[in-house]
Design a protein around this ligand. Sequence first.
Ligand SMILES: CCCCCCCCCCC/C=C/C(=O)SCCNC(=O)CCNC(=O)[C@H](O)C(C)(C)COP(=O)(O)OP(=O)(O)OC[C@H]1O[C@@H](n2cnc3c(N)ncnc32)[C@H](O)[C@@H]1OP(=O)(O)O
Ligand SMILES: NC(=O)C1=CN([C@@H]2O[C@H](COP(=O)(O)OP(=O)(O)OC[C@H]3O[C@@H](n4cnc5c(N)ncnc54)[C@H](OP(=O)(O)O)[C@@H]3O)[C@@H](O)[C@H]2O)C=CC1
Length: 289
Amino acid sequence: MAEDGQRFGLSDAELAAHRTVFAGDAMEGQVAVISGGAGGIGRAVAWLYARMGARVVVTGRKQEKLDALVAALTEAGHAARGEVLDVRSRESVDAFWTRVWEAEGRVDTLVNSAGGQFPQAAIDFSPKGWDAVINTNLNGTWHMMQAAAQRWRDAGKGGNIVNIVVVTTHGLYGVAHTIAARSGVIGLSKSVAVEWAPLGIRVNCVAPGAIETEGWNVYTEAARATYPKTNPMMRVGSAWDIAEACGYLAAPSGGYVTGEVLTVDGGGQHWGETWTTGKPDYFRTEDKA
Ligand SMILES: CCCCCCCCCCC/C=C/C(=O)SCCNC(=O)CCNC(=O)[C@H](O)C(C)(C)COP(=O)(O)OP(=O)(O)OC[C@H]1O[C@@H](n2cnc3c(N)ncnc32)[C@H](O)[C@@H]1OP(=O)(O)O
Ligand SMILES: NC(=O)C1=CN([C@@H]2O[C@H](COP(=O)(O)OP(=O)(O)OC[C@H]3O[C@@H](n4cnc5c(N)ncnc54)[C@H](OP(=O)(O)O)[C@@H]3O)[C@@H](O)[C@H]2O)C=CC1
């Protein structure tokens, strides 16, 4: 998958030491589940939540990525463990949630950071490619949300969900499949934020702009080079920017926030244009007098 095998984003050592505004006991005694927890954004969230006092359970498809993160967190004195989980399998998701409740006795926060897509012109999507993106980002997120909410309902105790999505306000060219999936997650989140409020469950989304992570290996060097220019700040963001947004929503600071989309994109939703597949000549208006 990696076009050039380049490494992007923050290391565990950087995440362990990054400055934060959050107190070390803001999530004391709590348990947080983070899907895609060993990826770029998920790993930053895992470090921040652990540093806020939470016990973190990270999931993903690759055992070795989870093992490396859990070892680094444990070595730094944090409580963490990892479980392999493909969020596309409802059966696996249900079994995972049963195991987590048995092992931890509680879960307070779920962050859905498992996700991704590949850049391609929509007209060329294959049925299998479309299904891969929809199953991962829409169905997978839903499996995790519903399984968590059912356990919270059965335990008579609430919790909160943070879904990592994509800025959908004016599309994102070259990844239309993911815009379809993420628009679904945003709509779903707003609806269940209302339906699940009586259960004490808050549901929010964080919409990142261009955040430098390993996930960027799926884009060409030429496409990546344009990302800093897709927002008025003229720079990309870091996974820590997204982690702190997730910290705000999970901690008591977010206690009165539900059904919200917190956009962290350097203003890209208001100005900027993103072509993940390269900008076609047709749209190069500056060359057309
Ligand atoms: C409006 C303001 C917006 C501001 C935004 C600013 C700029 C943002 C720029 C970047 C936007 C987003 C970035 C990110 O999200 S990066 C972080 C996320 N990480 C990734 O995306 C990692 C790579 N993606 C994945 O791993 C996906 O989850 C994926 C769905 C591809 C994985 O699923 P799966 O493991 O099932 O994938 P497979 O490899 O088995 O493939 C399944 C089928 O999918 C098709 N496919 C896959 N890759 C490609 C490709 N490169 N090109 C075409 N088709 C592809 C294909 O049909 C696969 O089946 P086959 O292999 O049998 O053909
Ligand atoms: N980085 C960016 O610029 C942006 C990112 N986002 C979104 O934020 C989220 C996190 O992205 P980021 O951390 O950058 O990307 P990464 O690719 O670094 O992380 C994504 C993680 O998701 C996991 N994952 C993918 N598919 C599955 C699956 N079916 N089941 C379980 N885990 C899965 C992967 O774990 P494993 O390899 O172990 O399967 C991977 O570690 C994604 O949804 C992404 O699309 C949104 C906008 C911009």
